[in-house]
Design a protein around this ligand. Structure first.
Ligand code: SAH
Length: 233
């Protein structure tokens, strides 16, 4: 009997931990309607979206739209991507629990938080110091302790921490940066929006026997990748 109470207590505690915010139902609905219905299948990926509180990553004035089906503005004229695009890119990386992942374009920090649920560690680079700082504060508040942030130009990657099992780029350069290809581990995958125009193509790359294979997967719209002088790559 005591054992049964213990089990019941444990189950209740686990349920409460993910239900203790006002957006619980909206988040569940987002997963069903925007992700599952559109073909996101990986259960671990879907669980990460059920868990991570997207409303913590948006500006207070946009909180009520945190689970809406689109991108939202964040500071410095940047955007937090549409949930479906975040899910699509995450699923495409086919992450393993032991993977070390590099993200270019921390932005709000939401994509990094999703990744942190699915792998060993996330290394994320942001060009704008203010964005990196506010994302890092949210990581600390929500206790995402396996995310390492730095301010800098992500075109160059993070050579001291390379190689990476997966690389995700959330701003768009006109070509795949050579340093990122070099920093991809053997067997590793990279997902990146490529193109100079308004609409880009999402490209999935894999390194096999030292060679890079590329596949175009989806048309997308991302903010441009900029260098430290603000020029587009
Ligand atoms: N992953 C983010 C999406 C942010 S939008 C999220 O989940 O919210 C893309 C981000 O890339 C912007 O914050 C922009 O400032 C950043 N960025 C642009 N060029 C960059 C560069 N060269 N290095 C690192 N970050 C860059």
């Amino acid at each position: 009997m005591r054992f049964l109470f213990l089990i019941f207590g444990l189950i209740t505690a686990v349920e409460c931990s993910s239900q203790n915010d006002a957006f619980f139902n909206e988040r569940r609905k987002m997963v069903e309607v925007q992700l599952k219905n559109r073909g996101i299948k990986n259960e671990s990926v879907l669980d990460a979206f059920r868990e991570v509180q997207r409303h913590e990553f948006v500006l207070p004035e946009y909180m009520k739209w945190a689970y809406a089906d689109g991108p939202l503005p964040i500071n410095e004229g940047q955007t937090i991507s549409q949930p479906y695009v975040v899910a699509y890119m995450t699923e495409a990386l086919e992450l393993q629990r032991t993977d070390r992942v590099l993200e270019i374009g921390t932005g709000s920090g939401y994509q990094a938080a999703i990744l942190s649920q699915l792998c060993d560690s996330v290394f994320t680079i942001e060009l704008f110091e203010e964005l990196s700082k506010s994302a890092t504060e949210v990581f600390r508040k929500l206790e995402y302790n396996n995310i390492y942030s730095k301010v800098g130009d992500g075109y160059l990657g993070w050579p001291e921490k390379a190689p990476f099992d997966a690389i995700i780029v959330t701003c768009s350069p006109s070509h795949v940066p050579e340093p990122l290809q070099e920093q991809l581990a053997e067997g590793g995958r990279m997902i990146i929006p490529v193109g100079a125009g308004n609409i880009q193509k999402l490209v999935l790359l894999q390194k096999k026997k030292g060679k890079i294979r590329k596949k175009d997967v989806l048309p997308v719209r991302f903010v441009p990748m900029l260098d430290e002088r603000g020029e587009k790559y």
